[in-house]
Design a protein around this ligand. Structure first.
Ligand code: MGD
Ligand code: MGD
Ligand code: SF4
Ligand code: MO
Length: 583
């Protein structure tokens, strides 16, 4: 039996045991702490059923891999050169292409389509983002699910929250919201105000954790004053809740061991960093850091704490507003910018100006259709790698299970380019894997991230655990002036059958049944940035001021703004209102 792990961009990072005689039969490793003996349909069905790119292509013609690699080498030697990296496979060896970009004097992207704004907010308060181990979640009395769609995106966490009091904060009545003791179905983009108002009520009731604040945080009184700068009646109205609901939430939270599971939803906005800083500030007021059964969980930065052999120091451009047109050659590795970046119309016209667009991936998508050179990747079963995880701290080595004539691994691609371009200094694949493996820490007999702490922030904040928590103390928001009044908030949570733009992609817009359209009707959805047609599907789970178009739906990002968060260079997919019109 061979051990590997699911490569997909997912909180769970399930460990897999494979019988090489039946390489398509993937079984969850029974002894793994979080895989719970089950893999999901994304991996076991949809990935398996989605056709992969089998043959390399150059200018639309199928060619041998050797010819395609020659063409890629010729293209990569032309500058200016850019690498745009996606997150189609989360193994560390994906980033070996960085070494090639550095050798060739190329540029790469910074920022994030995913969690950048939230990460910036966490760093502002805590100085360092330590992952909350699931074992601490299991010890909580109360779990606050704050904009994370657990049953769809993080299903392996469900056993850890069983039997707990549950508060869900989400504009959509998700499956987990239906199971909750309290569901605050708030207006989108009002999380900052909600966190601030909750913190203010905590202070008004003198319920803050004084001893902890004294030892571990900067001046709480200043923060309390900051929360008083906002008008309460107006704030609660904007959020869409009343004082009774605030009281109900506080009565569940006070004096309990509480964990916040915060997801990507509340930070897809220009002020996403402030939202997360405010949520952390609320948690700090309650003294929820550094204690058993308490904490705030978000997506972790997995390579943090490692000496990363693929770290490079080169010029960078934003991944949210990438100016592709400035580059002669662009290498897209493991991603689909023409589908996943905001403001598709702008992205596509920019990509079309690139002389040599190289797409290195597994599946056809909007970007492969635009590419001049297509290099098929190997699947995770066909190469060696290491799976770090943003949802828990366990590490899994990914061993090769089968051989295949199709595609090329990222390491082999880089080696082929070094050879063709006469570059030197590439170590062996095993040497790089060893550099990573030599840095693992161990906990519960498992390999874990080097900066793993059983109870994060017990000693203090910052990388050296010798700093204090810093409360949020500013908020400037000019969004209301920019938005068209009367449109619907465009929410794009993750769907169950696709993984971003991979696998079974939607073509529906979900609307409240009171919207005045017919179910099944084809409508035009438009924003300042573009338009796309979708089929109407009714959902009683939505507020009347929202539509849902699942992330990964075809054409969704024609509607989204080419805008990065004010801190953290995160994409602001939901900083937009849309209109819906009959055809
Ligand atoms: N099946 C499946 N699983 C996935 C993925 C996938 O595509 N499909 N993608 C993976 C990736 S890349 C990521 S980053 C994670 C993300 O997974 P999650 O963290 O769960 O993020 P989302 O699904 O984007 O949104 C989570 C919730 O936020 C809510 N929400 C939207 N706007 C707001 C708001 O303004 N305030 C509040 N409080 N809530 C809001 C949405 O309704 C949704 O229920 O999932 C991963 N897992
Ligand atoms: N409107 C809206 N847009 C969003 C989001 C949203 O919430 N709303 N979510 C955003 C988020 S959270 C994320 S993370 C991004 C994701 O955006 P991307 O990182 O662009 O992810 P995908 O679109 O799924 O494209 C992944 C590609 O990786 C390729 N791939 C898979 N395995 C391998 C491999 O082993 N090697 C190589 N070389 N390639 C491989 C596949 O061909 C696949 O097409 O999308 C973002 N886009
Ligand atoms: S739950 Fe996530 S990690 Fe586990 S098999 Fe499914 S996609 Fe992979
Ligand atoms: Mo993501």
């Amino acid at each position: 039996m061979i051990r590997t792990a699911c490569p997909l961009d997912c909180y769970d990072a399930c460990a897999i045991t494979c019988d090489p005689s039946y390489p398509t039969r993937l079984v969850a490793t029974p002894t793994h702490p979080t895989s719970n003996g089950a893999l999901c349909a994304l991996l076991n069905k949809h990935m398996h059923e989605t056709p992969r790119i089998e043959k390399p292509r150059v200018n639309g013609e199928e060619v041998s891999m050797e010819v395609a690699l020659d063409a890629a080498a010729a293209a990569l030697s032309q500058s200016p050169l850019l690498q745009w990296r996606g997150s189609g496979h989360l193994g560390v060896m994906q980033s070996v292409t960085n070494l090639l970009i550095a050798k060739l004097g190329g540029t790469r992207t910074y920022g994030s389509l995913c969690d950048g704004a939230g990460q910036a907010g966490i760093l502002a308060g805590r100085g360092y983002n330590r992952q909350l181990p699931p074992e601490q979640i299991a010890k909580a009395d109360v779990v606050v699910v704050w904009g994370r769609n657990l049953t769809v995106t993080n299903s392996h966490i469900m056993p850890y929250i069983k039997g707990k009091k549950l508060i869900v904060i989400d504009p959509v009545q998700t499956r987990i919201a239906k199971q909750a003791d309290i569901h605050l179905q708030i207006q989108p983009r009002s999380d900052f105000m909600l966190a601030i108002m909750l913190a203010r009520f905590v202070a008004m009731e003198n319920a803050e954790d004084e001893a902890w604040l004294e030892a571990h945080a900067e001046d709480f009184e200043d923060f309390y004053e900051f929360t008083q700068e906002f008008r309460m009646v107006q704030a609660l109205r904007d959020i869409g809740i009343d004082t009774q609901q605030v009281g109900d939430v506080l009565s569940l939270l006070l004096g309990q061991r509480v964990v916040f599971l915060v997801g990507a939803g509340p930070q897809k906005y220009s002020q996403g960093h402030a939202v997360f800083h405010a949520i952390d500030s609320l948690a700090a007021a309650l003294g929820l850091f550094g204690k058993e059964g308490c904490g705030v969980s978000y997506l972790g930065n997995t390579t943090q704490g490692f000496e990363n052999p693929f770290k490079i120091d080169v010029d960078e451009v934003s991944i949210v507003t990438t100016p592709f047109e400035k580059f002669k050659t662009v290498l897209v590795r493991g991603g689909n910018p023409a589908g996943s970046m905001p403001c598709t119309n702008k992205v596509v016209s920019s990509l079309k100006q690139v002389a040599n667009l190289i797409y290195f991936g597994l599946h056809e998508n909007e970007t492969s259709f635009l590419a001049d050179i297509i290099i098929p990747a190997k699947t995770f079963l066909e190469k060696e790698d290491i799976r770090l995880c943003y949802g828990h701290h366990y590490i899994e080595d990914m061993h090769k299970v089968v051989d295949s004539d199709i595609g090329i691994s990222e390491y082999a691609f880089v080696a082929a380019m070094f050879e063709r371009l006469g570059l030197e200094g590439l170590e062996s694949e095993q040497a790089y894997l060893k550099i990573w493996r030599d840095q693992y820490a161990t906990a519960n007999d498992y390999a874990v991230l080097p900066d793993y702490e059983e109870t994060p922030y017990r000693e203090g904040f910052g990388e050296g655990s010798d700093e204090k928590f810093v409360f949020v103390d500013e908020y400037e928001d000019d969004f209301d002036e920019e938005v068209e009044e009367g449109g619907y908030w465009l929410l794009s949570p993750k769907p169950s059958k696709s993984l971003n733009t991979q696998f079974v992609r939607g073509e529906q817009v979900l609307l409240s049944p009171s919207c005045g359209f017919q179910e099944g009707e084809r409508v035009r959805v438009y924003s300042t940035y573009g338009e796309q047609q979708f089929d109407v599907k009714f959902s009683v789970d939505l507020r009347e001021d929202c539509v849902v178009i699942y992330a990964g739906s075809i054409g969704l990002n024609k509607l989204t703004p080419p805008l990065a968060s004010e801190e953290g260079e995160g994409a602001c997919y939901q900083e937009v209102k849309v209109s819906v019109e009959k055809l």
